[in-house]
Ligand binder design. Structure first.
Ligand code: NAI
Ligand code: MG
Length: 356
């Protein structure tokens, strides 16, 4: 597996590392503690880690009327170097006053890039997959400007989709940087400009323009793929992809689809990255179908912790976590049910921690 060095934030002067923990809902409560244990096992590889437990989520909303308490945001902004977020149980129907706290946090903290490496777990994968989905994290349909009106033929619903040159350029730059650091140096721009020529057209054009403004990026081979056929090719020939960059919604869908190729959503990590803050987050949701059984796969969260540390410049610490996870998965003795095993979250976590 090639581990892309993500753009690192300066670490030199840091005497301690304060990590906000927001398990939120469902299996987030089971897998974020696992990630914490993995970080604690690193010992002196990271400076004096401190954890701050923070609340957010649908359960918090039903208890307090607020999904993302002001205090959580303030502590993240003022006291934390980075954070780990679990998953929220956002309802599929409109609930007055509720809005997803993770979508809000990405905007408030300006975590504009969602970086999702999807890599084969050797023994479980039929095909070799080693790609990164780079998802724009602050706009597209996720600006959540929706309206319902009554027209001549009944209810009508509209959503605003925002694409800006600024956001498309900065996510493009992040994607080029990531592609440049990888052996294949290949970037695929995902869009649907054949239909949405104004919005997706601006995304496409802004990302491509990044290459012409920085001579370093000449080394990157750029391809384009319409999002529908991108999904088709993802299933048929995933090996063609190296780094993919996409607007928010397409990136969300593509990365869940890619997760199916590597065995489970339970092994795919991500970081939400901005220029001054980074938040690790497993790609999966709160998995209400398995919550409470102690069988959630902790790998996605543990790898998200590694990704977060790598982003902060703690490369060696991140390697130690990833190597321990690789070793447990390769051995194949302790796998959670999503990967065909019978192991519990705690058993897998213990095995990984022992190897760290
Ligand atoms: P999901 O990702 O929660 O679950 C999809 C399937 O994958 C389920 O069968 C689940 O059991 C399995 N799965 C997911 N993570 C797993 C893990 N770590 N170990 C083993 N199996 C795992 O997606 P779904 O069902 O569409 O959404 C459930 C809830 O999660 C919804 O309320 C949704 O809004 C929320 N959600 C939250 C996200 C977030 O917090 N960023 C992201 C996606 C969904
Ligand atoms: Mg998703």
């Amino acid at each position: 597996m090639f581990r892309t060095p993500i753009r690192s934030m300066a670490t030199a002067a840091r005497k301690s590392l304060t990590i906000g923990l927001i398990p939120a809902d469902g299996i987030g409560k089971e897998v974020i503690p696992a990630a914490r244990t993995a970080i604690e096992a690193l010992g002196s590889d990271i400076p004096n880690p401190k954890f701050i437990d923070l609340i957010a989520g649908f359960e918090t909303f039903t208890r307090t009327g607020v999904a993302l308490p002001e205090e959580t945001v303030e502590v993240l902004k003022n006291d934390c170097d980075c954070a780990l977020f679990g998953s929220v149980s956002s309802p599929s129907r409109k609930v007055v006053g509720y809005s997803s706290p993770i979508v809000a946090l990405r905007k408030i903290l300006d975590l504009y890039a969602n970086i999702r490496p999807v890599v084969s777990v050797c023994i479980l994968s039929l095909v070799h997959v080693d790609m990164i989905v780079v998802r724009e994290n602050t706009e597209c349909l996720y600006v959540k400007q929706e309206q319902q009106t009554f027209g001549e033929h009944g209810k009508e619903a509209r959503a605003t989709r925002l694409i800006t040159e600024r956001a498309s350029t900065r996510i493009g730059k992040m994607a080029f940087e990531l592609a440049l650091a990888r052996p294949r140096k290949h970037l695929t721009v995902i869009h649907k400009s054949n239909v949405l020529s104004v919005t997706d057209g601006l995304f496409r054009e802004s990302v491509r323009a990044v290459q012409t403004k920085d001579s370093r990026f000449e080394a990157v081979t750029v391809a384009e793929q319409l999002v529908d056929s991108a999904v088709y090719r993802l299933f048929r020939e995933p090996q063609i992809y190296d780094v993919m960059v996409a607007p928010n919604l397409y990136g969300d869908i593509l990365s869940d689809a890619a997760a199916a190729l590597v065995g489970s959503l339970g092994v795919v990590p991500s970081v939400n990255a901005g220029d001054t803050f980074v938040m690790g987050e497993p790609v999966h949701g709160s998995a209400p179908d398995i919550f409470g059984q102690g069988i959630a796969n902790p790998v996605a969260s543990i790898r998200s912790a590694a990704l977060m540390l790598r982003h902060l410049g703690y490369t060696e610490a991140a390697h130690r976590i990833d190597n321990a996870v690789d070793s447990v998965l390769r051995e194949g003795q302790l796998l959670t049910p999503d990967l065909g095993g019978t192991a519990k979250t705690q058993e897998v976590t213990d095995a990984i921690v022992k190897r760290i």
